[in-house]
Design a binder for this molecule. Structure first.
Ligand SMILES: C[S@@+](CC[C@H](N)C(=O)[O-])C[C@H]1O[C@@H](n2cnc3c(N)ncnc32)[C@H](O)[C@@H]1O
Length: 419
């Protein structure tokens, strides 16, 4: 039988733990109202947690994003909480916004001066998404929860409020982020089990867990996660791949080892890829191969299938090792290339010049043929949107199905992850 922990009562907020005082409390209430209006925050218990956890303690500094005609830049926000530029830092922290806290590995806002370029490495997830996932996880008082990706520790603190410190374990890969999260949680008087390490391995020391919540995305369910959730327990996991295409799936662990099944949740999510499951950076990859075996033909499917939430996910299922490169052609328009560097294959969607779309393919795998075959199977099943997809996991295979478990299915690559 699973040992139950009763929730520890959080110490009262003090000027040390909640330096924003009344203003921060008011902003938290406004954030909770907004998340309720949006449908992300539904239960009084999670509302109470949002009201009690000072997000600014977990995100004392962050990078503010600016998209311009050139590359995206990141401006460090490290000043006083009330400082205006143009909104106060406190107001930004309590807006429904993802806040990037580290760039390129371990570069923090306090390490740079002025706007910089870089790739986000850690962030405090959009509060609406954090809360929606916590609601969807079904976590309740006393549940033993394994969180993968502590990040700033904000979601860990919410879990402690709802379930009790003693039943929460959170694993973070990045030692610097883990240290900051531990400091913030300790300041708040919260003491969950915090582990620095590879969350793809889970944490057998606190298993079996009732719930697993991943806050970074994976290409398939790592087998240790299934071993460490009790039969009947649930796993809430963002799935991703090599394209920018995501889905949030909630699985119930089966009675037999390594087995789980479940359904995708509605709505759009985007999460950074878990170390070990993320796509290699595009920079440095060779351009699409030009080969003599190129063939060109008309296609009914234009670039819109790469933009639509459901069909982009289907493209990823069809060609799981392909990347999407948008390259500006002479004359200005972006041309979409699917490129699979593992097989040296590519598919280029040529812009419609009035007689429909054409695709040029090279290499041993005809990527667009595979995409069209997938789209046709999905259309024959009634074109269900992603919220009608599901997933089945056995101890040696994993697949996504569309519409019903007997509908069309696609195997997920469960090969050794690439680092
Ligand atoms: C979106 S952030 C988490 C946000 C967090 N829940 C919060 O509220 O601040 C994702 C985190 O997952 C971590 N991560 C990535 N790969 C990981 C892995 N293999 N194991 C554990 N943590 C990982 C990243 O370092 C990052 O801090």
């Amino acid at each position: 039988m699973t040992e139950r922990h009763s929730p520890t009562v959080a110490p009262p907020l003090t000027p040390d733990t909640d330096p924003g005082g009344d203003l921060a409390a008011r902003l938290r209430a406004e954030l909770a109202d907004e998340l309720h209006r949006r449908g992300d925050l539904r239960s009084p218990e999670w509302r109470e947690a949002v009201l009690r956890v000072p997000r600014h303690l977990f995100v004392p500094t962050f990078f503010q994003r600016t998209d311009g005609p050139g590359p995206t830049t990141w401006t460090p926000r490290t000043g006083e909480l009330g400082e205006k530029e143009p909104t106060s830092r406190l107001e930004t922290v309590y807006s429904n916004t993802t806040l990037v806290t580290r760039l390129d590995g371990d570069r923090r806002p306090q390490d740079v001066e002025g706007p910089v370029t870089g790739t986000p490495a850690s962030s405090s997830t959009l509060p609406g998404l954090v809360v929606r996932m916590l609601e969807e996880s079904g976590a309740r008082t006393g549940d033993r929860v394994l969180e993968i990706g502590t990040g700033t520790g904000y979601s860990t603190a919410l879990l402690c409020e709802r379930c009790g410190d003693g039943s929460i374990t959170s694993v973070e890969y990045d030692a610097g982020a883990a240290r900051s999260a531990r400091d913030s949680l300790t300041t708040l008087g919260r003491h969950p089990t915090l582990v620095v390490g590879d969350g793809l391995l889970g944490h057998p020391g606190t298993a079996p867990h009732d719930r697993l919540i991943a806050t970074c995305s994976v290409r398939h369910i790592p087998p240790p996660w299934l071993d460490q959730v009790r039969p009947g327990g649930t796993l809430l996991v963002p799935l991703s791949g090599r394209l920018p295409a995501y889905g949030l799936v909630r699985l119930t662990r089966g009675e037999r080892a390594g087995e789980a099944r479940g359904e995708f949740l509605p709505g759009c999510v985007s999460f950074m890829g878990a170390a070990g499951h993320g796509a290699p950076a595009v920079g440095g990859l060779p351009n699409p191969p030009t080969r003599e075996d190129a063939t060109e033909r008309a296609t009914d499917h234009g670039p819109a299938v790469l933009e639509d939430w459901t069909t982009a996910f289907l493209v990823q299922l069809a060609v799981p090792t392909a990347r999407l490169l948008g390259i500006r052609a002479e004359g200005g328009a972006f041309v979409e290339h699917l490129v699979d560097h593992t097989t040296g294959s590519s598919a280029t969607l040529l812009p419609d010049t009035g007689s429909g779309y054409r695709v040029r393919q090279t290499g041993p795998v005809r990527l667009w043929d595979a995409v069209e075959e997938t789209l046709e199977r999905w259309e024959r099943a009634g074109s269900p949107d992603q919220s009608r997809f599901g997933m089945t996991v056995t101890d040696h295979r994993q697949w996504v199905w569309a519409g019903s478990p007997d509908g069309p299915r696609w195997e997920l690559p469960t090969d050794a992850p690439t680092r």
